[in-house]
Design a protein around this ligand. Structure first.
Ligand SMILES: Cc1cc2nc3c(=O)[nH]c(=O)nc-3n(C[C@H](O)[C@H](O)[C@H](O)COP(=O)(O)OP(=O)(O)OC[C@H]3O[C@@H](n4cnc5c(N)ncnc54)[C@H](O)[C@@H]3O)c2cc1C
Length: 472
C-alpha cells in the first residue's frame, strides 16, 4: 500500500467524480451514506475489508439517545439536557460541552430516523442502566449485537442503491490550495490503485487502536492490554489530520473494558457488575469500585497479578445477561465457571477461598447496612449474591480510541485556528470523542453516539454542501 499522505494539487486526473465520498464502511460510514443519500447526493463508501463491518460489527450495538419515540412509548422521561449532564459528569467536566449538548440534542432524531425511515429494528434496552446513565436510554437490535446493526445498515444502503467499494484502502488525499479535498486514491490488495474525485469527503475510518506503535506512544498505560477492536483502524484520519494542520484533542482517551474473557476474547458485559456482581483478584480480594465504569476498570484489572481478575456473580445476574449474544457465545465457548458454594467456586477458579468468602460476605453487609465501601461503591437495593455462583476469568482490553479530529456542529473538521476545512468531515472514532482525556470519561454508548449522530450530521451537511454547488 502507498504511504498514507496528503498531496497538494490543484488538478488531478480521476476515473470518476462522486459528490460525497466516505472513507470507511463501519457504523459511521454507513449512517453517513444513508444521510447523504436521503439529502439527495450520490455517495460512495470505500472500505478496506471484504465487507463493511469495522468495530461496529464487533460491538454490542447499543446506541444512547434522549427523547426518542421508542423511549416515550415506554414511558421514559428523558431530555437532551439530562443526557448531556450525565456525559459531562462522567468526564468531570473535561469535555467539549457544546459538542456534548449538540450530540445529546440530535441523538433522538438519529434513532427516530434510523427506525422510521430506514427500518432499523431498534428497541429500548430495559432491566438495568449502565454506570453514569440516569435513565434507560440505550437502543439496541433484538439480539443486542453490533453485527445485527451492521447487517441492517448494509441492507438499508442496498435498498437505497448506495455503492460500497470494498477491498480498497484510501491512502492519499489530494488537497488544493484552498484546503479543499479534490480527490482520493484507493489501493487494492494487488497494489493497483484508482484516483476518485470528490465533492466532499467524510473520514469514517475510526481511530488508531489497530496501530500498536501509536497506542504505545499515546496511551502507555495499555502496555499489557489485550486489543479487542478492529485491526483495520490504523489511525489514518489522524495521520492525514496531522499533515493538514487539523485541530486534534484527547488522544489519550479510549474505551477500555475490564471484562474480556481471558483466553477466549469474548466480552462479558457490565450488567452483571452493575446489578451487584464484583471483581476479585487471585487472592479473592476486591480492588476497586467496579461499578464506576468498565472502561476505567480495565487498567485496574491489568494491575492485578497476571493482569487478570474474576467477575463473580450468581443466577439472578446470569438471567439478566442471557439477552446478550456475546454472553450466549461465552456460555457456548465454556468461559463460565459455576459452583454451589464459595469454597467450590474458589477451588474451580484457583483463587483464594478465604479472600473470596470475605469479599462476598462484605457485599452482604453492605446490602444490609446501606453503607458505601472503601472504594466508594454502594450495594443498596441490590439482591445479595447467592448460590449457585458464577465466575469468569477476565482481563483488561482496549476496544477503541476516543481522541481524534475536532469537528464543528455539522461535523466539519476544524483547522488548528478552529476554522472549518471547506469540504472535509469526520465522525465516530475518527473525530474527537466526548469522553474527556482518559478512560474514566467513557460512558457506555459514547462510541456509537458519535458514530451515528456525527455520521448523520456529516452525511447531511456534506450532501447539502455539494447540492449548493460548493463541490468540485
Ligand atoms: C466489543 C465492543 C463492544 C462495543 N459496544 C458498544 C456499544 O454497545 N455501544 C457503543 O456506543 N459503542 C460500543 N463500542 C464502541 C463502538 O463499536 C465504536 O465506537 C464504533 O463502532 C466506531 O464506529 P466507526 O464507524 O467510527 O468505526 P468502525 O466501525 O471501526 O469503522 C471504521 C471502518 O473504516 C475502515 N477503514 C479504516 N481505515 C481505512 C482506510 N484508510 N480506507 C478504507 N477503509 C478504512 C475499517 O476497516 C472499518 O471498517 C464497542 C466496541 C467494542 C470493541
Amino acid at each position: 500500500m502507498a504511504e498514507v499522505e496528503v498531496i497538494r494539487a490543484d488538478n488531478v486526473e480521476t476515473i470518476a467524480d462522486i459528490p460525497v465520498v466516505i472513507v470507511g464502511g463501519g457504523g459511521t460510514g454507513l449512517v453517513a451514506a444513508l444521510a447523504a443519500h436521503d439529502a439527495g447526493a450520490d455517495v460512495l463508501v470505500i472500505e478496506r475489508d471484504k465487507s463493511p463491518a469495522g468495530t461496529t460489527a464487533m460491538s454490542t450495538g447499543l446506541i444512547p439517545a434522549a427523547g426518542s419515540r421508542i423511549q416515550r412509548a415506554r414511558g421514559i422521561d428523558d431530555s437532551p439536557e439530562r443526557f448531556a449532564q450525565d456525559i459531562i459528569a462522567k468526564t468531570k467536566g473535561r469535555v467539549d460541552v457544546a459538542m456534548v449538548r449538540r450530540l445529546a440534542e440530535q441523538s433522538a432524531h438519529t434513532i427516530d430516523w434510523l427506525t422510521e425511515t430506514h427500518g432499523i429494528a431498534l428497541s429500548l434496552v430495559e432491566g438495568f442502566t449502565y454506570p453514569g446513565h440516569s435513565v434507560l436510554r440505550m437502543h439496541g437490535m433484538p439480539g443486542r449485537s453490533g453485527g445485527e446493526l451492521m447487517g441492517a445498515l448494509a441492507d438499508a444502503c442496498e435498498r437505497a442503491g448506495i455503492s460500497i467499494l470494498t477491498e480498497a484502502t484510501v491512502d492519499r488525499l489530494y488537497v488544493n490550495g484552498d484546503d479543499r479535498v479534490i480527490a482520493i486514491s484507493a489501493t487494492r490488495p494487488d497494489g493497483s490503485s484508482d484516483i476518485i474525485g470528490c465533492g466532499a469527503l467524510i473520514l469514517a475510518c475510526c481511530g488508531f487502536a489497530g496501530d500498536q506503535a501509536m497506542v504505545t506512544e499515546l496511551i502507555p498505560e495499555l502496555e499489557h492490554a489485550t486489543f479487542h477492536g478492529h485491526p483495520g483502524n490504523k489511525g489514518h484520519a489522524i495521520r492525514w489530520g496531522q499533515q493538514l494542520g487539523a485541530a486534534m484533542a484527547d488522544l489519550s482517551a479510549y474505551q477500555g473494558h475490564a471484562g474480556l474473557a481471558a483466553g477466549y476474547g469474548i466480552p462479558i458485559l457490565w450488567p452483571l457488575i452493575v446489578e451487584g456482581g464484583i471483581q476479585v483478584n487471585k487472592a479473592g480480594h476486591r480492588f476497586a469500585n467496579e461499578a464506576s465504569g468498565y472502561s476505567e476498570q480495565a487498567v485496574k484489572v491489568l494491575e492485578q497479578p497476571g493482569h487478570v481478575a474474576w467477575s463473580i456473580y450468581d443466577e439472578t445476574r446470569h438471567q439478566v445477561m442471557l439477552q446478550f449474544e456475546d454472553y450466549q457465545q461465552a456460555i457456548s465457548a465454556g468461559c463460565l465457571v459455576t459452583a454451589d458454594s464459595v469454597q467450590e467456586l474458589a477451588d474451580k477458579c484457583g483463587i483464594g477461598a478465604e479472600g473470596l468468602a470475605e469479599s462476598i460476605a462484605d457485599t452482604w453487609r453492605l446490602v444490609d447496612n446501606g453503607q458505601t465501601d472503601r472504594f466508594g461503591r454502594s450495594f443498596t437495593g441490590k439482591a445479595k449474591l447467592a448460590p449457585p455462583f458464577y465466575a469468569v476469568r477476565v482481563t483488561g482490553a482496549l476496544f477503541h480510541t476516543q481522541g481524534g479530529l475536532e469537528v464543528d456542529a455539522d461535523a466539519r473538521i476544524l483547522r488548528a485556528d478552529r476554522t472549518p476545512f471547506p469540504n472535509l468531515y469526520a465522525g465516530g472514532g475518527a473525530a474527537r470523542g466526548i469522553s474527556g482525556p482518559a478512560a474514566d470519561g467513557y460512558i457506555a454508548g459514547n462510541g456509537l453516539l458519535t458514530a451515528t449522530t456525527l455520521g448523520r450530521l456529516a452525511g447531511t451537511h456534506a450532501a447539502g454542501h455539494h447540492i449548493a454547488g460548493a463541490g468540485c
